[in-house]
Write a protein that binds this ligand. Structure first.
Ligand code: BTN
Length: 321
């Protein structure tokens, strides 16, 4: 069995065993008998059809119709699936991407039971947030995929600033308000030889979450939009505004106008100029002053001994800002 096939079958069996029952239970009032019967004799195409069918029903929390009222995009959000509960919208997005869903497809959920964060961390996803994934399929080169992550951070920061919220970006793409995290972005790519076959951009925005329900160690580092503004938080219009902004910046990416994306990122960032600590995926820690990012989003640190160090990925902690 080649790797892709192996991965796919593992993913499907995990998906079938754990997610399907949840999806069925949570959405049972919406599912036709015909679809329910399919669950017991299902193949990959049928699973994709099943997801499409249950995902397309209106749910109260983020109704697709309300998103569309403010959506001005050409292709981002043309297909939107909105669920009550899934394990991870990124997993559903991967599956749909591999089963023919086009670029710009959006997957939303009211809650995630196994939301994924960066560096293999869990992403807590209770009711009161926007948990969203976007499928991108434009033969994106692996070396440029990191720019999409930065671009997504720019799109989120821009829409929050339009709500008069002073949002800042911490490298690479955490969105902070008053030094607390309000949004995280997880980009997952499937590399096929040298070209990326699809990219999933997962965005989690805390809109009205109850911070007291989060794990103790993240409570004090986390905020939610309703704590930062007295304006009414309307998730459907936030989603629409984000998708509008995302399409604009993703079009810049497609036109290779990386300088414009990085210019906006630099304008809104809260990392360059700060003393930072970066924890690398394999445990190494670098400390120093962040002095810039290059045109692929790599962070440049000036270490204590004066050496310049390029940091491709890692968890960044700001020590003064
Ligand atoms: C981070 O660690 O900062 C990234 C968090 C990304 C969370 C989002 S929520 C929607 C999508 N589905 C997931 O499982 N993760 C991303």
């Amino acid at each position: 069995m080649n790797n892709k096939k192996k991965y796919k079958s593992l993913f499907i069996s995990d998906f079938m065993k754990k997610s399907m029952q949840n999806l069925l239970l949570k959405n049972k009032e919406k599912i036709s008998k015909e679809v329910a019967e399919k669950i017991f004799q299902i193949d990959e195409v049928e699973i994709a059809e099943f997801i499409k069918e249950i995902g397309n029903h209106e749910i109260e929390y983020i109704p697709i119709k309300k998103i569309r009222q403010n959506l001005a995009t050409k292709y981002i959000g043309k297909n939107i699936y909105s669920f009550h509960e899934v394990e991870s919208t990124n997993s559903i997005a991967k599956f749909l991407a591999e089963n023919g869903s086009p670029e710009g497809t959006i997957i939303l959920a009211e809650t995630q039971t196994k939301g994924r964060g960066r560096s293999g961390k869990k992403w807590e996803s209770p009711t009161g947030g926007i948990w969203l994934s976007i499928i991108l399929k434009d033969n994106i080169e692996p070396s440029k995929a990191s720019i999409i992550t930065l671009a997504t951070g720019v799109a989120v920061a821009k829409i929050l600033r339009k709500m008069n919220i002073d949002a800042k970006i911490k490298w690479p793409n955490d969105i902070l308000i008053n030094n607390k995290k309000v949004c995280g972005i997880l980009t997952e790519a499937n590399a096929k030889s040298n070209a990326v076959y699809y990219v999933i951009v997962g965005v989690g925005i805390d809109t009205k979450i109850d911070i007291g329900t989060l794990a103790d160690d993240i409570q004090e580092k986390t905020t939610s939009l309703n704590k930062e503004t007295s304006e009414e938080i309307k998730e459907p219009s936030i989603v629409a505004n984000f998708l509008n902004e995302f399409e604009e910046i993703y079009n810049l990416f497609k036109d290779e106008k990386f300088d414009e994306i990085l210019y906006d990122w630099k304008q809104m960032n809260q990392t360059i100029g700060s003393y930072v600590e970066v924890k690398q995926p394999f445990g190494e820690v670098y400390r120093g002053r962040a002095v810039g990012i290059d045109n692929q989003g790599v962070l440049i640190l000036e270490l204590e001994n004066g050496e310049l160090k390029e940091i491709i990925s890692g968890e960044c902690i700001l020590h003064n800002s």
